[in-house]
Design a binder for this molecule. Structure first.
Ligand code: AN7
Length: 401
């Protein structure tokens, strides 16, 4: 039992209505459950496999879901990096281990299931890459067509490869993500295509399970949850979910929600640090972390609440800091992530060095996408393979043995 409601004016809408923002005031919508009517126990959840669907009582899907077994991603203790940073309780939740290699799959298993539940015949999104890959995957599984709009020339190779191979109609827009999103929103509303960007409140329901799993895997509520921020959907979703757990009495406190952006694309950070009422968009966002090259985060209003209500913070990291952390995670922890994902851990490094966080905190950094998503940025950072003749002598000479 749930309704859609506006986070600004409180207007309510029936769950079957195809609607992305409030008809009265234009602000964001959220899914409101009748939590008093939810009778599932924590124990029942714990008996199910760790996955998005473990938490189905807190998801809007009532049909058989379109699923590829998403979620249940590993939570790694970063022992070596944590030691270097003086953080004994530093963890990474590796969302790159989802079916399409990013956290978006949690949103899309729910979002595409909702498309089917609502009787929609096709789906679409604008994307910096991962959303398009994930939508293509789940549309393929559901057997419905998908259209994806990408900023031309600014999407990592692996993501384009996935969107193409899984059969989406892939369209490159000669402008940035924010413009592509405005275009696809219009298209969907006018032509009855189901929009699956994070403005869609049902998609975010799936993503909130990152927070649920983090609590279940850690065995307690982390003191801080750190996420890279683009459209700010994920940080908003995780906060919303944990609030629900708190209301249900499953947890007794919330983590400090912490958002990290790239220095060249940091409207949310400016709003938090400047204590602004709303986010002022970046007209020309730029960063090597193309996944979060987003100047006008559509979920900013939700994210500001998440960060402020939990005593969290937002910080930015430079491209150099992002890439250095991508290499450190790969080489010191064996964790391969794409640049945007490394931003969360790079942000914690910066915050701890600034003395902004307590070293005893239990910190979960969400690393959002897999290393192989963006092979070109990897290759640029690493020396090429050493090519030699196939002789023992040549081999020994390059190994300096
Ligand atoms: C790896 O694919 O927006 O703050 O269109 O791919 O919830 O937007 C991707 C975002 C972080 C930011 N890490 O999440 C898209 C898209 C990775 C991402 C984010 C994205 P939000």
């Amino acid at each position: 039992m749930y309704r859609l409601s506006c986070i600004h004016c409180g207007a309510e809408y029936a769950p079957g209505e195809i609607i992305y923002t409030c008809k009265k005031c234009g602000h964001l919508l959220t899914v409101n459950y009748d939590l008093d009517a939810i009778s599932v126990t924590k124990k029942e959840w714990e008996q199910r496999p760790l996955s998005v669907w473990r938490y189905r009582e807190l998801l809007p899907v009532t049909i058989k879901p379109v699923t590829l077994q998403e979620g249940g991603t590993p939570l790694y203790h970063l022992e070596r990096l944590g030691k270097e940073l003086g953080l004994p309780h530093l963890y990474a939740k590796h969302e790159g281990m989802n079916p399409s290699g990013s956290f978006k799959d949690r949103g899309m298993t729910v979002g595409v299931s909702m498309a089917i539940q609502l009787g929609m015949k096709s789906v679409a999104c604008a994307s910096t890459g991962n959303t398009s890959a994930s939508l293509a995957v789940y549309a393929a599984k559901a057997g419905i067509p998908a259209v994806v709009l990408l900023p031309a020339g600014k999407v990592a190779l692996g993501k384009v490869a996935q969107a193409l191979m899984h059969g989406a109609k892939v369209i490159a827009i000669r402008d940035n993500f924010d413009v592509a999103l405005a275009l696809v929103r219009e298209l969907c509303i006018k032509h009855g295509i189901y929009l699956l960007n994070s403005i869609n409140p049902y998609r975010l329901e799936g993503q909130k399970t990152i927070g649920f799993e983090s609590v279940d895997q850690l065995g307690e509520v982390p003191d801080r949850l750190v996420l890279p921020v683009g459209n700010a959907g994920n940080i908003s979703a995780v906060y919303k979910g944990l609030k629900e757990l708190e209301t249900l009495g499953f947890i007794d406190r919330l983590p400090k929600m912490t958002g990290i952006q790239a220095a060249g694309s940091q409207p949310l950070v400016r709003a938090i640090q400047g204590n602004l009422g709303e986010v002022v968009p970046d007209e020309h966002p730029e960063t090597v972390a193309t996944a979060i090259r987003i100047g006008a985060p559509v979920n900013a209003e939700k994210a500001l609440i998440a960060i402020r209500a939990t005593g969290g913070t937002a910080a930015s990291v430079t491209d150099e800091e992002i890439l250095a952390m991508q290499r450190a995670l790969a080489q010191k922890e064996g964790i391969g992530v794409e640049p945007a994902s490394a931003a969360s851990v790079a942000g914690i490094k910066k915050l701890v060095e600034e003395g902004a966080i307590d070293r005893d905190e239990k910190i979960v950094c969400v690393v959002t996408g897999h290393l192989l998503k963006d092979p070109e940025t990897v290759i640029k950072q690493c020396p090429p393979p050493i090519e030699i003749d196939a002789t023992e002598q040549a081999l020994l000479s390059v190994l300096h043995l």
